[in-house]
Write a protein that binds this ligand. Structure first.
Ligand code: NAD
Length: 265
């Protein structure tokens, strides 16, 4: 079977680096295009991955060859450009980029009618399972207060993390409400008690924390805490490549990581 032709968007970022490291030894894929931000010092430099010795980093999609799947870990602008190219060429898209505005979210949803799109705020298997456990706990303990605490390295741009919001969304839906209705993002300066049924978010930033999420269910005299700690960002890269291999050749649709991880259904 010929390898899946993969393009990497955000290739000079932290996740881009983790993906390139894995791609060096992954024969399921051929890296055919590596996109960096315009002005990046890597632009035009050779990409050293397996036998792709002639490949150079590019700052866009104009010279892109034939691609089966794009893997994107960039930013909102980078994802928007990659999406344009995927739509124009009928290419499947795996994206882990978080912190998108409503317009781009809507564009991605509309695009999934024409191409296969798989997005996850967190590509780790452990978080996929945490989400399932949280859904169950939120529904089983409907009157317990819920708070979600997340911690990341200090260079992360969005807060709360996309994973924290996705966990909050899963818990809210399990309780028959929506994240928009339940979320409490800021209690500072407010002189009132906790709102029943709300889901509070707390954010920690510092050092080199890869990603930690704790969902607390707080009762009277007891508390349940579900925690996931990622200590190496290669877990996200591994999950994204697993998803990319699965998605290449799939029909259009909004696919989820749960679709890939069959035993979690
Ligand atoms: P990073 O800042 O290290 O990397 C982002 C890279 O994208 C940078 O090198 C930047 O120059 C590049 N970029 C910006 N605009 C671009 C464009 N137009 N075209 C191509 N490249 C462009 O960040 P990171 O830690 O690698 O994370 C990237 C994104 O992935 C963030 O949104 C982050 O929250 C998300 N993330 C998701 C997961 C997950 O599992 N879903 C895990 C880690 C990070």
């Amino acid at each position: 079977m010929s390898p899946v032709r993969l393009a990497l968007n955000g290739a000079s970022g932290r996740m881009g680096g983790a993906l390139l490291s894995l791609l060096r030894n992954d024969r399921r894929f051929e890296l055919v295009h590596a996109v960096v931000e315009r002005g990046s010092i890597n632009d035009g430099q050779p990409v050293v991955v397996g036998n792709a010795t002639s490949l150079r980093y590019a700052h866009g999609w104009a010279q892109a060859p034939a691609i089966d799947v794009v893997v994107d870990f960039s930013g909102a602008g980078g994802l928007a450009s990659a999406l344009d190219h995927c739509l124009a060429q009928g290419i499947a898209l795996v994206s882990g980029t978080t912190g998108l505005d409503a317009v781009l979210e809507a564009r991605l949803a509309a695009a999934s009618e024409h191409i296969a799109v798989l997005r996850a705020a967190n590509f780790s298997l452990g978080v996929a399972l945490l989400t399932r456990l949280l859904r169950e706990a939120a529904a089983a303990l409907p009157s317990w207060d819920m708070e979600i605490v997340e911690a990341h390295h200090g260079r992360k741009l969005d807060a709360p993390s996309g994973t924290a919001l996705a966990l909050g969304h899963a818990a809210a839906v399990a309780r028959g409400t929506t994240l928009e209705a339940a979320a409490e993002h800021d209690r500072s300066g407010r002189a009132s008690e906790r709102v029943d049924g709300s889901i509070g978010f707390a954010v920690i930033r510092g050092g080199d924390i890869v990603g930690e999420h704790t969902a607390m269910l707080i009762g009277r005299g007891e508390r349940l805490e579900l925690t996931h700690r990622a200590t190496d960002r290669s877990v996200f890269a591994q999950g994204a490549l697993h998803a990319a291999h699965w998605l290449a050749g799939r029909p259009p649709g909004q696919w989820r990581l749960e679709d890939v991880i069959a035993p979690l259904r």
